[in-house]
Design a binder for this molecule. Structure first.
Ligand code: SF4
Ligand code: FES
Length: 242
């Protein structure tokens, strides 16, 4: 067992416990954005950072494991300032209009969504290339949940991954191919995992747009190498719009 101190209170937890879980044992809820209990924590958003005594940098509570004698502050002024800035930068670059949990967090952390207004904005195309879901990457916070759901955390399909670097990083299929041409099996796990509305069921999106519903495809998905003129295999095809 491991004993540490969180917000001046001692707690003893099993080895392998994260700081976030240890704090929860004390009834302390550390805010998170990219973390999801069903997926590997990759410490991407850093909203969950806490102050660890004798550590030069703030550490992510969702992934950092507890150690004996740790002394942690989950809500110090330094932590509050870091969380605010992270959320303010996120709000300045990404359309969070359909991310109610993050909007709530902005309020809770007294973050000013307009603080960095006028900076670079992630303005990416909306992909409407299949009958099951749309991809609106202007709303994507790069939490990686969809990639993990498609990969080794759930589906082992590997239809999507992260492409490019830095500010231009984005979720993409292999060589930007359309979803029907990719290895996607339309399991829907990525859509369920997305916290921002960047991935959304096509029908839900059509209703929001006030557009007529399209018939649901019942035939087999398109396979690579199909014969020319085999229209039954085109049912999940679509077009890209912006
Ligand atoms: S599309 Fe959604 S789930 Fe995927 S990385 Fe972006 S925000 Fe996360
Ligand atoms: S919730 Fe821990 S880094 Fe995102």
């Amino acid at each position: 067992m491991i004993t540490l101190t969180i917000d001046d209170r001692p707690v003893t937890v099993a080895e392998g416990t994260t700081i976030r879980e240890a704090a929860r044992a004390l009834g302390i809820e550390i805010p998170t954005v990219c973390y999801h209990s069903h997926f590997t924590a990759n410490s991407l958003c850093r909203v969950c950072v806490v102050e660890l005594e004798r550590s030069r940098v703030l550490v992510p509570a969702c992934s950092r494991l507890v150690e004996n004698g740790m002394v942690i502050q989950t809500n110090s002024l330094r932590v509050q300032a870091a969380r605010q800035t992270i959320l303010e930068l996120m709000a300045s670059a990404i359309d969070l209009s359909q991310a109610p949990d993050i909007q709530r967090l902005l309020q809770q952390c007294h973050a000013d969504a307009e603080k960095f207004a006028g900076g670079a904005v992630r303005d990416l195309p909306l992909y409407d290339d299949n009958a099951m879901y749309i991809r609106d990457y202007s709303k994507c916070i790069l939490c990686w949940r969809c990639v993990q759901a498609c990969g080794t955390d759930v589906q082992y399909t590997f239809a999507i991954t992260i492409a490019d670097r830095g500010f231009h990083s984005r979720v993409s299929t292999f060589e930007e191919m359309s979803i029907p041409e990719s290895t996607c099996v339309f399991c829907g796990n990525c859509v369920a995992a997305c916290p921002t509305g960047a991935l959304k069921a096509k029908r839900e999106w059509l209703i929001e747009q006030g557009r007529p519903l399209e018939p649901m495809p019942l035939g087999p998905r398109r396979r690579r190498g199909r014969k020319a003129g085999d229209e039954s295999l085109d049912l999940l095809g679509g077009q890209e719009s912006s």
